[in-house]
Design a protein around this ligand. Structure first.
Ligand SMILES: Cc1ncc(C[n+]2csc(CCOP(=O)(O)OP(=O)(O)O)c2C)c(N)n1
Ligand code: SF4
Length: 254
């Protein structure tokens, strides 16, 4: 097959690193693909970009992309990205965060980076669990979900990270799930194009770790389970109050 028929995102991948370490059915590949398609449609030069990640399955994204990348430490992707942007203001700096990475150990960095309006495009893969380390509860794990650290069900209310980002002053904020790939890609395009602190949350499925104690090991069932818990449209806020669903959409900078 000639080059013309190749998937347009293949050119952004380091072929020598494939296959990825992601489990079958993992949502991270969908988020990565949405990102690569956004880069492609905007015709951005990968050489003008830098990708910074922390540690976690999500943190592995940078290693597969054919762009300068830094696989920093758990929770510290944002300080590393702020440093990169300070010394190379010409670069478009993109940060991929996990929910544990970006909200537990790195939660303070998120609040202050948004508050100080650092010029970063931040994409959080929110699979509501610590995937890499074997399924511990994260700050976004829903109530009653069983994890290895909450074997009888999580008692803590999950963070709404988009509301946190809005309150902290982020210039662009949106949330989608892996079952909204087109909307996710369009949001990432806006976040890549904008200025200041831009935040996109992608609810994502981790079938082995989130699924194992909750009868949700099937990737499609889990992705649907996640999406059914979201709410799309102008009634979202009222629905959130009444049903406890997470709104999806663009909340700032639409
Ligand atoms: C300072 C430090 N604390 C803890 C760890 C162990 N650790 C690695 S990844 C991780 C959590 C991963 O969960 P998340 O950030 O949600 O990413 P995912 O793997 O789900 O994509 C933890 C606790 C570490 N590497 N460094
Ligand atoms: S453990 Fe979960 S998050 Fe990590 S690669 Fe597997 S499915 Fe994806």
């Amino acid at each position: 097959m000639g080059d013309n028929h190749q998937n347009p995102v293949l050119k952004y991948l380091r072929a020598d690193r494939l296959p990825t370490m992601f489990c079958p059915g993992c949502g991270i590949g969908i988020v990565m693909t949405a990102f690569m398609r956004a880069v492609d449609e905007l015709e951005l030069d990968p050489k003008s970009m830098a990708v910074i990640t922390g540690i976690g399955c999500t943190g592995r994204i940078g290693g597969y992309l054919k762009m300068d990348s830094l696989h920093s430490t758990h929770g510290r992707a944002l300080p590393a990205a702020i440093g990169a942007k300070a010394v190379r203001p010409d670069l478009r700096v993109v940060v991929f965060l996990g929910d544990g990475d970006g909200l537990s150990i790195g939660g303070n960095h998120l609040i202050h980076a948004a508050n100080r309006n650092h010029d970063l495009c931040v994409i959080m893969v929110n699979n509501m669990i610590y995937g890499l380390t074997g399924g511990q509860a994260s700050p976004t794990t829903p109530v009653d979900i069983k994890t290895t650290t909450t074997p009888t069900g999580n008692m803590n209310r999950p963070f709404d990270v988009c509301r946190l980002a809005v309150a902290a002053g982020a210039r662009y904020v949106s949330r989608w799930s892996t079952l909204y790939p087109r909307e996710l890609k369009e949001s990432i395009k806006k976040a890549l194009s904008g200025d200041g602190f831009r935040f996109v949350e992608a609810l994502s499925q981790c079938p082995p770790e989130f699924g194992k104690l909750n009868d949700l090991r099937d990737a499609r069932n889990l992705a649907e389970w996640i999406t059914i818990r979201t709410s799309y449209g102008i009634q979202a806020l009222q629905e959130v109050v009444e049903t406890g669903r997470l709104p999806v959409g663009e909340f700032v900078g639409a």
